[in-house]
Design a protein around this ligand. Structure first.
Ligand code: HEM
Length: 124
């Protein structure tokens, strides 16, 4: 008798759990677009005129491949003397980024790092 009660209540318990899970799954809002697209739409757009004023060591923005990056916090960590990277503050720096000024691309790790400083899109 006790055994039967145990089996029935366990069954009911799991049925309730499955019910909640199913209800949650069915009512989940379906994304209207991939998350990267949604994030892209939410991104702020900066006009070309906005970039040049951020040309200082303590306020350094650069534009790379259509995006704006505020790399101010990264400047002291860049593994070269400041003269290499600072002249690019406030400028379009795609070529400098792609070549490190000497025909050598930055590593995938550097690209990952760059994304941390993305501020928005650059209005071409
Ligand atoms: C846009 C102007 C920039 C120039 C001209 C530039 C140039 C250089 C140079 C000359 C080196 C060292 C030498 C070498 O590894 O060949 C270097 C290394 C490096 N830079 Fe830059 N850099 C720039 C921007 C950036 C930015 C914005 C980041 C990251 C937010 C970055 C991250 C790194 C890292 C992590 C390294 C170590 C080597 C690697 O992983 O590729 N750099 N860069």
């Amino acid at each position: 008798m006790l055994r039967k009660l145990f089996i029935v209540s366990t069954l009911i318990f799991w049925l309730i759990v499955a019910g909640f899970w199913l209800a949650d799954f069915l009512t989940l809002p379906k994304p209207v677009a991939p998350i990267s697209v949604i994030a892209g739409l939410a991104e702020k757009t900066y006009s070309q005129a906005e970039i040049p004023s951020h040309n200082r060591e303590d306020d350094c923005w650069i534009a790379i491949e259509g995006h704006v990056y505020d790399i101010t916090p990264y400047l002291p960590d860049h593994p070269t003397e400041p003269e290499i990277i600072q002249p690019w503050c406030g400028k379009e720096a795609t070529q400098a980024w792609l070549t490190k000024n000497k025909a050598r691309p930055h590593s995938p790790r550097a690209s990952q790092l760059l994304e941390k400083y993305r501020a928005g899109k650059w209005a071409e």
